[in-house]
Design a protein around this ligand. Structure first.
Ligand code: G
Ligand code: G
Ligand code: NA
Ligand code: MN
Length: 254
């Protein structure tokens, strides 16, 4: 309960910042996008991990205010970078089930894009399978509204749940993120390598791009490349970094 009141105050006092982790295109070797990851900077406690406070935010309902802040902040940051001449790439943000339950998510995103005069191709959305499966009909409808706005949708943490890709094909995803649980031991565990191969092959057959998460070594990268993986994200290229550091990476890669 103490943490919840601290979190409530964090929302009021804007104690959140976004970090950005690059996604690398294995074809060009260049930064092709980023994932925005929230950080809570408490004045005395310092940085609090989202793994700690996102579950609490979801239980308490504060995730709606936090989620709205994330959507507005990504749009504002992309617009500011564009104005400053930074060679921007699409930035993906993470969504929670409650944001889908609200019913006005697409209108909320559309209004933030319009407020910042931002093209819908510069914002992507990451959704987990469990989010979609909580209310498949409702989620599917919202996803179609978001796609109609021009946003790309990514299936996050794939392989950790119970659905098959064939089943998830009913939903309009543009890309699939292989969970890092299958990447960590991919060079030593043939089962993980087989799972990654199968996800890549089936995703491509379903016309979706594949991103591997949690890539930490050159050996993992080369194995994923040999299997046709499209993009990688992970400490091998970069951890999540501050907005200023990410803008510097984009400008340096111009
Ligand atoms: O950045 P880190 O690896 O510590 O993130 C831990 C977890 O918090 C991940 O599962 C990530 O998806 C989640 N997370 C990070 N930022 C956000 C956010 O803005 N919204 C939601 N809903 N989850 C987030
Ligand atoms: O659930 P989600 O996939 O959104 O979580 C992303 C989380 O993974 C972030 O908290 C991020 O800090 C973390 N992460 C990103 N790259 C790596 C990596 O290469 N290795 C590990 N162990 N964690 C990573
Ligand atoms: Na994510
Ligand atoms: Mn993920």
């Amino acid at each position: 309960l103490e943490l919840e009141s601290l979190l409530r105050r964090a929302c009021e006092e804007q104690q959140f910042v976004l970090y950005y982790q690059p996604k690398i295109d294995l074809g060009s070797g260049r930064i092709a996008g980023a994932e925005a990851l929230i950080r809570w900077i408490h004045p005395e406690r310092g940085m609090v991990s989202p793994a700690q406070f996102i579950p609490l935010a979801e239980e308490s309902g504060l995730i709606l205010a936090i989620g709205a802040w994330v959507i507005a902040s990504v749009c504002a940051q992309q617009a500011a970078w564009q104005t400053a001449g930074v060679p921007v790439v699409p930035v993906a943000l993470n969504l929670s089930a409650a944001q889908f339950g609200q019913g006005d998510l697409a209108a909320q995103v559309a209004s933030q894009l319009a407020a910042h005069r931002l093209g819908s191709d510069l914002v992507e959305l990451e959704l987990t399978e469990s989010l979609v499966m909580r209310d498949p009909a409702g989620a599917g409808q919202t996803m179609h509204q978001l796609r109609a706005l021009g946003l790309h949708l990514s299936l996050d943490d794939f392989g950790t749940g119970y659905s098959s890709l064939a089943h998830l094909k009913r939903f309009p995803f543009n890309s699939v993120k292989i969970d890092r649980a299958f990447v960590t031991d991919i060079t030593t565990n043939p089962d993980d390598a087989a799972i990654a191969s199968a996800i890549i092959a089936m995703s491509h057959n379903l016309r979706m791009l594949v991103i591997a998460e949690g890539v930490e070594t050159a050996e993992q990268l080369e194995l994923l490349r040999s299997k046709g993986c499209d993009l990688i994200q992970g400490y091998y290229f970069s951890p999540p970094v501050s907005a200023a550091a990410f803008a510097a990476m984009l400008s340096a890669g111009q």
